[in-house]
Design a protein around this ligand. Structure first.
Ligand code: AMP
Length: 420
């Protein structure tokens, strides 16, 4: 124990648990990497106005949850609460949209920060893998992203999740709906904050989780009935393409999500084994965001999947990922001369691409072998004075317990053959 603890709402990832996180990040990004998405990394903080303008002044994320700071130079920064605004900012700054064909397809992985009330599945520091396809309006692109997220979850072995799908309309039809909804909401009996929300972001009221609010929302005008023909046709095609790919989804007319920049396609992946923090990922189209942050019109679509909650989903489904032992060969040297020789061997094995580790610090064969067992390595190399005198090391298969003497210069070859 030290005097310090991880800050409230955060936790450390430590071995062996951390290996699952790496595997999840890998599984989520693999379908993207294989589908033309290039890796992008942006800073952990940005100008606070990027999020205020991008994510939306009235969202919980911006009004309550951002970690903001003023630098000594007077700049107002925020730890990033989400990835899309930063990625789009970076793509615009680098003129990626002018450099080649559109869409610009990018994926990312990193830490995000929200000052939320911590609970299981909701942290102040969490991790996402995300994807953005910038600069194209094509229902197939929306479908591609949903299909790739589904593929990622399936390859992890997850099955107890659902895809909720909705269209939020565009700048033609949504304002008309917005007004109709506001008219309806103003007639309800709501608390002060919600009344304010009606004027700033009425769609979010539909998303209110409280039963007493939901009760009053029965009969509210639904966006579906206000979608313009273009939005309807677009949404129908997205639905068709996803369906044709064999990916099941549910139409959810109330899905609005917590960020203001979404237009048309919006979706959320929810897992039914996670209790209240059930959203494992979400995304949608954000055709207006580029202009909102001072860029040209660039219709785009993307998603972010939460790594922490995906790991919780694996636990909820009782799935243990098949993670190979990180070390294949563990070397145990008995005596000073053997230390030098085996340490050299380990270095050589590593250069040859065989994962090897060395028993440091232990005294006596017993404690050395304890280290070997703990490493999870399939093979152990043991050498003492007598072995060296004969020019051999003992190669032990930790699974079968079999042991053989192998000539020093043949160790690498022998191990390579055994490891396949
Ligand atoms: P959002 O940007 O809010 O749509 O978040 C996308 C995904 O990130 C969610 O579906 C969650 O899996 C994850 N996520 C968002 N906020 C948190 C949080 N506070 N703690 C853990 N995961 C989060």
């Amino acid at each position: 124990m030290s005097t310090f603890k991880a800050p409230k709402g955060t936790y450390d990832l430590i071995p062996p648990y951390s290996a699952t996180y790496l595997a999840v990040r890998d599984a989520i990004s693999a379908p993207l990497r294989a589908s033309g998405y290039g890796y992008i990394e942006t800073p952990g903080f940005e100008d606070v106005d990027l999020f205020a303008r991008g994510v939306g002044e009235s969202t919980d994320i911006v009004t309550k949850e951002m970690y903001t700071l003023t630098t000594k130079g007077g700049a107002n920064l925020a730890l990033r609460p989400e990835g899309t605004a930063s990625v789009l900012r970076a793509a615009l700054e680098a003129n990626m949209h002018k450099a080649g064909g559109l869409p610009v397809k990018l994926w990312y992985s990193g830490s995000y920060y929200r000052y939320e009330r911590p609970q299981k599945g909701r942290y102040r520091h969490f991790s996402q893998v995300g994807a953005e396809a910038i600069g194209a309006e094509d229902p197939a692109l929306d479908a591609e992203l949903i299909i790739l997220a589904d593929q990622a979850y399936r390859t992890l072995g997850l099955s107890n999740f659902r895809i909720l799908l909705n269209s939020l309309g565009d700048k033609q039809c949504r304002p008309v709906y917005r007004e109709a909804l506001q008219g309806f909401l103003r007639g309800l009996d709501l608390d002060e904050e919600t009344v304010r929300r009606i004027e700033i972001n009425p769609l979010r009221v539909l998303d209110d989780k409280r039963a007493e609010v939901q009760k009053q929302l029965v009969g509210a005008p639904m966006l579906r009935d206000y979608l313009c023909d273009d939005c309807k046709a677009y949404h129908e095609e997205v639905r068709e393409l996803i369906g044709a790919a064999g990916v099941a989804f549910e139409d959810d007319e109330k899905l609005v999500r917590g960020l203001d920049y979404y237009t048309r396609t919006t979706f959320e992946f929810v897992h039914d084994g996670l209790g209240s923090q059930s959203a494992v990922g979400g995304g949608g189209r954000y055709d207006g965001l580029s202009e909102m942050i001072g860029g040209p019109a660039l219709p785009s679509v993307g998603w972010a999947l939460g790594v922490d909650r995906t790991v919780l989903a694996l636990q909820a489904e009782g799935i243990e990922l098949d993670i190979p032992a990180p070390t294949s060969v563990f070397a145990v040297a008995l005596g000073e001369e053997a230390r030098k020789v085996l340490f050299g061997k380990v270095t050589e094995l590593r250069k040859e691409g065989i994962a090897a580790d060395f028993s440091y610090g232990a005294k006596g064969l017993k404690s050395h072998m304890k280290n070997a067992n703990r490493s999870g390595a399939r093979f152990t190399l043991v050498a003492g004075e007598r072995d060296l005198a004969e020019g051999v090391v003992q190669l032990k298969d930790m699974e079968s317990g079999e042991q053989e003497a192998v000539a020093l210069e043949q160790v690498t070859e022998r191990l390579r053959a055994k490891l396949g």
